[in-house]
Ligand binder design. Structure first.
Ligand code: PEP
Length: 220
């Protein structure tokens, strides 16, 4: 069971408050070093496909590795929604990061409009078609309508989507979308839910710890 906290563009809690926690932390760039130095398993929130170059505002895998960062999120819906991330650029980022020796959590998920139009499986199939299984690749199913909205997929909806994702690509699948201490047990108990990617609730050390404690109680 893997719990990952995505701090997005927030400062996040003091890394010292999380020492020893069995979780991946994805802070903003300026806090990567603090998290690494606190001994946390630290991932970036994005990574470019080139090793270096004239790509202002991007970050390269070797620079992350040099800092002690061990992985990266790729293709978060906020990147797809606001920064022009496409399935093709997601594929390039994932491949380059894995080749460089980073672990990757690649995010997929449908919008509200796509779900209501009965297109969830078609969208997931398309987003997954560009990826290949790799021992260091983990997927996160994050229905866009559940991210930061307080609306979470029901455990049954999450299970159905996770089973479909696994039928397309052999990888562990985290659930993400308004996971909180009070709904984590029901979601994490689903057979094909292998952990959680937690946004808002990871910004408070107590609630992230509570979710990790819940995960630790669930038999794998
Ligand atoms: C996320 O940022 O990946 C996320 C799932 O956010 P939240 O938990 O706030 O919905």
């Amino acid at each position: 069971m893997l719990i990952a906290g995505n701090w997005k563009m927030f400062r996040g809690p003091d890394p010292a408050a999380l020492v020893g926690l069995d979780a991946v932390i994805c802070p903003s760039y300026t806090r990567l070093r603090d998290c690494v130095e606190a001994g946390l398993t630290t991932f970036a929130q994005n990574v470019h496909w080139e090793w270096e170059g004239a790509y202002t505002g991007e970050i390269a895998a070797p620079l992350l590795l040099e800092l002690g960062v061990v992985g990266s999120l790729v293709g978060h819906s906020e990147r797809r929604q606001y920064f022009g991330e496409t399935d093709e650029t997601v594929a390039k980022r994932v491949r380059a990061a894995l080749d460089a020796g980073l672990r990757v959590i690649a995010c997929v998920g449908e919008t509200q409009h796509e779900r209501e139009g009965g297109e969830t499986e078609e969208v997931l199939r398309r987003q997954l078609a560009v990826l290949e299984p790799h021992p260091e690749l983990v997927l996160a199913y994050e229905p866009v309508w559940a991210i930061g909205t307080g609306r979470t997929a029901t455990p049954e909806m999450a299970q159905e989507a996770h089973a479909f994702i696994k039928s397309q690509l052999d990888a562990p699948v985290l659930y993400g979308g308004s996971v909180k201490p009070d709904n984590a047990a029901a979601l994490l108990s689903q057979p094909d839910v292998d952990g959680a990617l937690v946004g808002g609730a990871s910004l408070e050390a107590g609630s992230l710890k509570a979710i990790c404690e819940t995960a630790a109680r669930i038999p794998s």
